[in-house]
Design a protein around this ligand. Sequence first.
Ligand code: ATP
Ligand code: MG
Length: 454
Amino acid sequence: MPNPTQSTSIALRVIPREQHTISRKDISANALRVLYRLREGGFDAYLVGGAVRDLLVGGHPKDFDVATSATPEEVKHLFRNCRLIGRRFRLAHVVFGREIIEVATFRANSDDGSGDRQVHDDGRLLRDNVYGSIEDDAVRRDFTANALYYTVEDFSVRDYVGGFEDVNNRVLKLIGDPETRYREDPVRMLRAIRFAAKLGFRIDEGTAEPIARLAPLLREAAPARLFEDCLKLFLSGHAEASFEGLERYGLLSALFPDTAAALAANRSGALRRMVIAGLRNTDARVRADEPVSPAFLFALLLWPAYCRALMALQSQGVHLTEAQRRAADRVTVHQLDSIALPRRFSLPMQEIWLMQARLSQARSGQRQRKRVMRTLSHPRFRAAFDFLILRQAASDDHADDVAFWRDAQQDPDNAIAMHPTEPDEAEGEGAAAPGRKRRRRRRKPAGHAESAAE
Ligand code: ATP
Ligand code: MG
């Protein structure tokens, strides 16, 4: 099947300084130092990848990568503050205090179809890595927007694959035949969603088309790598757009199968509203430079799956406390198949879930001082309370609980006096179920665990 992007032709286009917006003042002084030193040493050296792309769209790169004709050993020879890393493909890290400039020798993927393909232990299909020319280096990159080279020789941008025009048109396009490139490295599908979300680019038709079809390949990717990529998708200020992109291109069910199933079964849409509200909140926190935690993020992303598992167990007659514990374990263990969520995050994630019941139990005849104090001093209280606020915002439920715990943090005794418990709500599983509305109120499906089972 002919593909419009299949024949990415290699033709150098030089974009002179006056035709682009990259200014030296926006480039890290250390990166410039590396570029000049390499050139003085007689080597070619370029700023490359995400930094050039981000600068062209007016963004602030978080790191600056350099590509050069110098070998790692030659780089090390030029910089005292340099260490070589990597075994299979060596990279030079030039260290300036907390800033590291990564310097990579031009690389070629010698794929002449002669076989000898190897699968890397993180699931990527590897073509042999060997040093190459700048042209080789350009075409082995993923997207055209990521394959632009900036030089301090004349401050021009060098473009071998049409990336400059694609950036101007705000389109994300894979270099080469998309299906081949996804098969080589399925994580590129996630990278497409991530860059589109981050940059507000549209995904080129040919680049988008295979994604839904090849989504199952993501299961072959290394779970540890997928965890890292999830953090980049959701903790970099564009979580909402990332989530919508995953849904739109059929990748949500590859990454979070249980959540995708729970969302599909939740006809009221309340669970999705809760997730979106939480992701929007995460984005706002990133913008405000407030801390965000992987535990909270995964508690949010897997909440639909947890609610659904809990409902299923309860409908089998499992007692609430036991059902909560089993639902949390089941969802966590199942998720570990695809994403390696480290225990230091999965344990607090589960605590956030289990505390939801405790936070609502307090309003059901259990608002005793001792219990309240114990809950307040729980290390996960703050996160669990923030989670409850999200549930309230997404469902209009739990307003009393939120008010009580807000007051209790100021003055527990006063809060207990001000929010008397209601005798008809003695500890029953109804009050303890996450999202379960109190009986005396009219039922509304929004945000309810039980609606997940619909
Ligand atoms: P950001 O750092 O903002 O997430 P980036 O473009 O710098 O974006 P990195 O993952 O840091 O992304 O990779 C640096 C560069 O290496 C990319 O711009 C791209 O040219 C190349 N690259 C990274 N991952 C791949 C891949 N899986 N396949 C091909 N090229 C890749
Ligand atoms: Mg980068």
